[in-house]
Design a protein around this ligand. Structure first.
Ligand SMILES: Cc1cc2nc3c(=O)[nH]c(=O)nc-3n(C[C@H](O)[C@H](O)[C@H](O)COP(=O)(O)O)c2cc1C
Length: 202
């Protein structure tokens, strides 16, 4: 009995750990970064609570920590807190109606002339996407809700965002990220799929 009890306890602990972690992560020690990554979800419902400018700037700072091709950092970030401007963005973007109810939005733009590869290249989209994901993860880590809503590559949406925010011609808005205090019950999805992992060759 003395030897069986610790074994049974260990088995129970292992079993509960397996069910508490996302599939595929059982063998990995969960840490705060992984917890944030697995907890991130698109949040489209917000309370009326404001988000302090300092927190929004911290989100942008997280965005600026992202990797970029040849370290060009061809991005700019527009923090929008003005209610009328949030409404204009919401009216202009059919898939970003939640922006009207968000405390703020962060618009990520890429500068065609500052990116690696010259004006015709598309590295800015990769660089700004990396920044966007960092912002989404940082928002999750602060208990905020956010969602990537696309401007690029839709010409009409790019034009709409450009016009509302007076974005110069050689700068292209990649996305609008509404940010607020979560007001609903959106949950992260478990997207793990072992079939999509290939070891050493396809
Ligand atoms: C490139 C891109 C464009 C997206 N555009 C929109 C959008 O316009 N409106 C929206 O509500 N969600 C948009 N999303 C969010 C996706 O719908 C969302 O990430 C997806 O359904 C997975 O859900 P999750 O983020 O909760 O994991 C976009 C996401 C990406 C990466």
């Amino acid at each position: 009995m003395k030897t069986i009890l610790p074994l049974a306890v260990s088995a129970l602990v292992l079993l509960s750990a397996a069910f508490a972690t996302p599939a595929g992560a059982e063998e990995v020690q969960m840490n705060d970064t992984l917890k944030t990554i697995f907890a991130r979800k698109s949040v489209r419902t917000y309370t009326d609570d404001p988000v302090p400018l300092d927190k929004l700037k911290l989100l942008v700072r997280a965005g600026m920590a992202a990797p970029t091709a040849v370290d060009k950092r061809p991005w700019d970030f527009i923090i929008v807190t003005n209610k009328a401007t949030l409404k204009k963005l919401s009216d202009a973007l059919p898939h970003a109606k939640m922006t009207e109810h968000a405390a703020a939005a962060i618009v990520v733009t890429g500068d065609l002339n500052r990116q690696f590869g010259g004006k015709e290249a598309l590295y800015w989209t990769l660089d700004c996407s990396a920044a966007t994901e960092n912002i989404l993860l940082a928002a999750e880590s602060l208990g905020l809700g956010a969602v990537w809503t696309a401007a690029y590559p839709d010409a009409a949406r790019i034009q709409a965002v450009r016009s509302v925010l007076s974005i110069p011609a050689d700068n292209v808005p990649l996305c609008v990220i509404p940010v607020g205090v979560p007001g609903g019950n959106e949950q992260p999805k478990d997207k793990f799929d072992a079939k999509q992992i290939h070891i050493n060759k396809w």
